[in-house]
Design a protein around this ligand. Structure first.
Ligand SMILES: Nc1ncnc2c1ncn2[C@@H]1O[C@H](COP(=O)(O)OP(=O)(O)OP(=O)(O)O)[C@@H](O)[C@H]1O
Ligand SMILES: N[C@@H](CCO)C(=O)O
Length: 302
């Protein structure tokens, strides 16, 4: 019989996928975290604090525990250790901030640790990416900074840059959430060559902007033609905020992930301090919630 594993501490960041044109390819790790302290227990138990705490504490059909169970079952483990999870969550659920990627990675990491799977970081990444169906949020959540990723056959290839950029991130959060599945169903099955070329050009510039610290490129590079136009109706905040592209202090604007929240990249602390009022005015919503955060480093396991 294998000895019970030691407790595990996980700290996984929120992520903003796509950044405009990099649909299913780019993700930006942000300084809002899903933090979990896990240990072997007599039964499954979750204590949750922070954002969406009630949802995070549900034992039934919980994405973290479901993933944990499925990974260990698929690995042939007959007895699956019960866990007690102490969760503090800062990632808004169903808002386009990568909550499901963080939850999936957490489930895979818990299975790896408590099931003694001995997986490498790359295996953990690939398992979580396959479960999510696209790699952008998961790769950025695990690797930090601005991570570009591609799925080739069963493998995920990644490259990270921009971890140390001091750009300020503002996340404007509408009150209602939008499931990623619904937001993906809004997209057309094919695109024109002109739309594809525009997105390839902008994505190439966007990667250069992060790799070379070229903030002046973002205004053009964050423009998208393959998902944002189709999600505009379900994400009305985007339509109201896109005209702020080019406003003093705004470097770029995009739908965050599948929406409905909107990511505004601000030039510096001064701009990040002034822009919330401008954003609320453009949204015509004085009580619009805006989170101020930064680019995050890789996730922590220990
Ligand atoms: N900490 C968590 N605990 C339990 N379930 C979670 C947790 N985080 C996310 N989930 C599950 O994932 C769902 C949200 O996933 P969804 O893919 O729709 O949005 P998102 O990941 O927040 O946004 P995006 O993929 O656009 O960044 C929640 O409704 C919930 O079922
Ligand atoms: N690239 C994904 C991110 C959300 O999971 C999408 O836009 O649907």
């Amino acid at each position: 019989m294998t000895a019970a594993a030691s407790p595990l501490h996980l700290r996984l960041p929120a992520t903003s996928a796509n950044l405009g044109p990099g649909f299913d390819a780019l993700g930006l790790a942000m300084g809002l975290y899903l933090t979990i302290d896990a240990k072997v227990a007599e039964d499954f138990h979750i204590k949750a604090t922070g954002r969406n705490a009630d949802q995070c504490a549900h034992l039934k059909n919980n994405l973290i525990l479901r993933t944990y169970d499925e990974v260990l079952t698929a690995a042939g483990r007959e007895s699956i250790p019960y866990l007690s999870l102490d969760i503090h969550n800062e990632i808004p659920l169903g808002m386009g901030c990568g909550s499901s990627a963080a939850a999936l990675l957490a489930g895979v990491m818990l299975a790896n640790h408590f099931g003694h799977l001995g997986w490498t970081k790359q295996q953990i990444l690939e398992e979580a990416c396959h479960r999510e169906g696209h790699p952008d949020n998961v790769a950025a959540c695990l690797l930090g900074g601005m991570t570009a990723s591609a799925m080739h056959k069963n493998h995920v290839v990644t490259a990270t840059c921009g971890e140390n950029l001091n750009w300020h991130l503002l996340l404007a959060l509408p009150s209602a959430s939008l499931a990623t599945e619904k937001a993906r169903a809004l997209l057309p099955p094919a695109y024109t060559r002109a739309d594809a070329v525009a997105n390839i050009q902008n994505t190439a510039l966007l990667v250069a902007a992060f790799a070379q610290n070229r903030p002046e490129l973002l205004r053009t590079a964050m423009q998208d033609r393959i998902h944002q136009p189709y999600r505009m109706e379900a994400c009305p905040l985007l339509k109201l905020l896109l005209p702020l592209n080019g406003h003093p202090g705004v470097l770029g604007i995009a739908l965050s992930g599948a929406g409905p929240s909107v990511l505004v990249i601000a030039e510096d602390a001064n701009a990040a301090g002034k822009l919330p009022e401008v954003i609320r005015e453009a949204a015509n919503d004085p009580s619009l919630e805006i989170l101020h955060t930064f680019i995050a480093q890789a996730s922590i396991q220990g």
